[in-house]
Design a protein around this ligand. Structure first.
Ligand SMILES: C[S@@+](CC[C@H](N)C(=O)[O-])C[C@H]1O[C@@H](n2cnc3c(N)ncnc32)[C@H](O)[C@@H]1O
Length: 203
């Protein structure tokens, strides 16, 4: 059976991600008041900066391979979606992994995924805005966001410990020269996976 994500043509995914960014920016410019605290502690304080599109399984494997994940690493997935990357990292390498998402639905799915895979002792799921997050303990960071969001994260990424590996599915980070770019077969095209190691070379 085809993976549901891979049934989306890649151009569709890129257009969907980009149009989501535009509409979110528009919505936020129309409503800049902070959200009132709701009845639920998990209510999002801000809309996601990008919609949920999961990384397909072969790309998850490639991201972990490119990052050379090893025992003792601490991996952060910034915008963890359904938690597939943190679960895979914990199961494959027995490492501590932290998934962070702003959307309470994604947090719920991630927690279910962690439980279903019995990696509660290794994986933590947090509901937070990645732009407000302290992830300085990371030795590996994974991202599937947007080029502009990667660039917004650069000050925090550049401040990580020397040797920290940063891997991005599909999107580059303008101004930072990748150490390696692997290609993985997607449905419609080859999809790049980028690797940087802190401190990266400027582009
Ligand atoms: C394209 S999905 C990637 C999901 C997962 N990392 C993967 O590769 O399968 C991006 C995720 O980022 C989350 N997100 C968007 N803006 C965010 C923010 N400011 N803080 C935390 N999460 C955010 C979305 O809710 C979504 O789940």
């Amino acid at each position: 059976m085809k993976h549901p994500v891979r049934s989306h043509p890649r151009w569709f995914t890129a257009v969907a991600l980009a149009s989501c960014l535009a509409s979110t920016a528009f919505a936020q410019s129309q409503d800049s008041k902070p959200a009132k605290p709701g009845p639920e502690a998990t209510a999002p304080s801000k809309k996601p900066d990008v919609i949920f599109v999961p990384t397909f399984p072969e790309a998850v494997e490639k991201m972990l391979e490119l990052a050379k994940v090893k025992p003792g690493d601490v991996l952060y997935d910034l915008g963890c979606g359904d938690g597939r990357i943190v679960v895979a990292a914990a199961k494959r390498f027995g490492i501590r992994a932290i998934g962070v998402d702003i959307d309470p639905e994604r947090v719920k799915e991630s927690l279910e995924n962690v439980k279903a895979n019995k990696v509660e002792h290794l994986v933590t799921i947090k509901q937070a805005d990645i732009f407000e997050l302290d992830f300085s303990e990371a030795s590996v960071v994974t991202m599937y966001l947007l080029p502009s969001l990667n660039v917004r994260l650069m000050p925090k990424l550049a401040a990580l410990k020397p040797g920290t590996r940063i891997v991005s599915h599909d999107f580059d980070m303008r101004g930072a020269k990748p150490l390696q770019v692997a290609q993985i077969e997607g449905d419609e095209r080859e999809v790049p996976i980028y690797l940087w190691i802190v401190p990266w070379e400027p582009e």
